[in-house]
Design a protein around this ligand. Structure first.
Ligand code: IPE
Ligand code: IPE
Ligand code: MG
Length: 256
């Protein structure tokens, strides 16, 4: 069944064609995005890097709205990696204020759109004001049944896998688990993403073609999609292009 896109003008023939091409039943359930290129976006304009982060934050709203319009099950956004602490303190401090700013500004709209806010990553490593804002958003949206907006904050795959192994070992030591209990499915239960399907599509902006420690376990069979466009310039049309390209891929999972 062709899907109706709220933001496409009917007069645009090309867009209409693309719209017809998007099949609702073949849309990805879970899209993950590495929102990269904020710093370069600002540099190109002679602005400080943080101006790029601010613009990037406003762009999040646009893409969340689109994802919710497509009725995707989950959208995971890489907002801050465990390696991003290596940046200058002033930039890190600014980045840590963004979730609060984003949620303070857009929480009513997220609630209205039936979006459920979740996070993945090391929560206890975040400043209190960041944790408070996120807790509030999670609490206010916990009963929502629409798009899961999953924010990867202080997230790193290697850290996640290591923590999972530690938890499993603790369960073994406590006598609740044994080595025989470990399989791909049961191991996934120890990850931050335990309540989510694996991402079907992973988008990275800004021309870099690497995972940067993002969802390494979960992306085993994820379709990867790259664009040179910098995150603040990534818009609904490009998002739609990624989805339509995804629909043309043949996923084989090792089969034929
Ligand atoms: C992505 O933009 C945002 C974060 C990593 C927090 P960058 O800040 O990495 O921007 P570039 O890659 O330096 O342009
Ligand atoms: C990945 O981007 C992390 C986020 C987008 C939050 P980086 O800009 O940190 O990645 P590298 O350092 O270029 O690999
Ligand atoms: Mg970057």
């Amino acid at each position: 069944m062709p899907i109706k896109l709220p933001f496409l003008g009917k007069k645009n023939k090309h867009k209409q064609k693309q719209q017809d091409a998007l099949q609702k039943e073949a849309l990805p359930k879970h899209v993950a995005i590495i929102m990269d290129g904020n710093g370069r976006w600002a540099k190109k304009r002679g602005m400080p890097r943080v101006a790029g982060h601010k613009e990037g934050m406003s762009n999040v709203k646009k893409i969340v709205t689109a994802a919710s319009g497509y009725q995707l099950e989950a959208l995971t956004l890489y907002a801050f990696s465990t390696e991003n602490w290596r940046r200058p303190k002033a930039e890190v401090d600014y980045l840590m204020k963004l979730p609060m700013e984003f949620l303070n500004t857009y929480l009513p709209e997220l609630v209205e759109k039936n979006v459920k806010v979740q996070t993945i990553g090391r929560f206890d490593g975040l400043p209190k004001h960041t944790r408070d804002a996120v807790e509030k958003a999670k609490d206010r949206t916990k009963g929502n049944t629409g798009l899961i907006l999953n924010i990867a904050l202080n997230y790193g795959s290697r850290n996640e896998l290591m923590e999972a192994m530690k938890s499993f070992l603790n369960d073994v030591q406590a006598g609740n688990k044994s080595a025989e209990d470990l399989n791909e499915e049961s191991f996934s239960e120890y990850l931050y993403t335990k309540n989510l399907p694996d991402p079907d599509l992973l988008i990275r902006t800004s021309g870099e073609q690497r995972l940067s420690n993002f969802l390494l376990w979960q992306s085993a069979y994820t379709e990867l999609w790259f664009t040179d466009v910098l995150w603040p310039d990534f818009d609904e049309q490009l998002f739609e292009k990624a989805l339509s390209d995804y629909q043309k891929r043949k996923r084989r999972y090792g089969g034929i």
